[in-house]
Design a binder for this molecule. Structure first.
Ligand code: ZN
Length: 119
């Protein structure tokens, strides 16, 4: 049962977890700082608007402290409402498909390149 559980209690809050580090599978369509009306975190600076790719809230935009990755003030507020269970699963499937395809691409390039050289 306890074979590979290394993270005992290092992660706090929702910032960094063992699951986390889910980067966006697609390029951002909007600059995190280009939105209106402005939301300020508790530090008093404009809070960037990110897109969540967590299993619970894929594709859902939220505002967070600009220093959230190194602690910050803890400010976090959802911008979008909850996604339906169907869309949530659909987004997760798409997300996983993109990452699966990316990881395959990462393995192939060298071989593909050397083959192109021959022609
Ligand atoms: Zn802050």
């Amino acid at each position: 049962m306890s074979s590979s559980g290394s993270a005992a209690s290092s992660g706090r809050g929702w910032g960094r977890s063992t699951v986390g580090e889910r980067r966006s599978p697609v390029p951002y369509r909007e600059d995190p700082m280009e939105y209106q009306p402005v939301k300020y975190c508790l530090c008093g600076v404009k809070a960037p608007r990110w897109i969540s790719w967590s299993p619970r809230n894929p594709g859902r935009r939220y505002h967070a402290c600009v220093d959230a990755l190194i602690g910050g003030c803890g400010y976090m507020e959802w911008h979008d409402g909850r996604t339906t269970p169907f869309l949530r699963q659909l987004l997760l499937d798409l997300c996983n498909a993109v990452w699966a395809a990316r990881s395959q691409v990462n393995v192939a390039p060298m071989e593909a390149q050397s083959r192109n050289m021959e022609g």
